[in-house]
Design a protein around this ligand. Structure first.
Ligand code: ADP
Length: 168
């Protein structure tokens, strides 16, 4: 991973919005975001160039406690986008497509880092489209973040490593 990572994502998003009237409506970016990394922020920034609005949806499983409490994950992401009115942050449990329908979503956005991600995402996208008619848009991970994952960040934290270089 490139350590010269761009931390501008939080303050100056550097986004060119879609041309007026040409945006794709509301995109839903679902994930665990445990924690939300620079890789996630990069996908949000790029999705804001396609969609009029992006809903970041923190999915959780009532049976499984995460690393960070869901409310903290939501609060941290909200702080990050406090100045970006085109971003909303929500939490949900259950099927992503049910939540997507509730939210009036045009399409689901997912980041793809590896061929393994792609295999898994293809299946999910296919099932989600069959269930709801909602399409999934894949954005390829930017090379500098392609090896970055929340699980890697959790592992580094577990061993007392400074994780701040990976977080927006
Ligand atoms: P999930 O548990 O749903 O995979 P994650 O929080 O791990 O949730 O990831 C949410 C989305 O962000 C997924 O589409 C994942 O592929 C994408 N993603 C995660 N890390 C990166 C990264 N470094 N670059 C681009 N996309 C990423």
């Amino acid at each position: 991973m490139n350590s010269e990572i761009d931390k501008n994502t939080s303050k100056d998003l550097g986004v060119t919005p879609p041309p007026r009237g040409r945006g794709w409506g509301r995109g839903l970016f679902p994930g665990s975001f445990d924690p939300f990394t620079l890789g996630h922020a990069d996908i949000v920034r790029r999705a804001l160039g396609l969609f009029d609005e992006v809903v970041i949806a923190v999915g959780y499983n009532e049976q499984k406690a995460g690393w960070m409490p869901v409310a903290e994950r939501v609060a941290a992401i909200k702080r990050l986008y406090a100045d970006e009115p085109r971003v909303a942050v929500e939490s949900y449990t259950g099927l992503t497509v049910d939540f997507a329908k509730e939210q009036g979503i045009t399409a689901i956005v997912r980041g793809v880092r590896t061929s393994a991600d792609f295999e898994y995402e293809l299946q999910m996208a296919d099932v989600n489209r069959q269930l709801s008619g909602i399409e999934t848009v894949f954005l390829p991970a930017s090379p500098q973040y392609a090896s970055l994952s929340s699980s890697l960040v959790r592992e580094l934290a577990h061993f007392g490593h400074d994780i701040s270089p990976f977080l927006p």
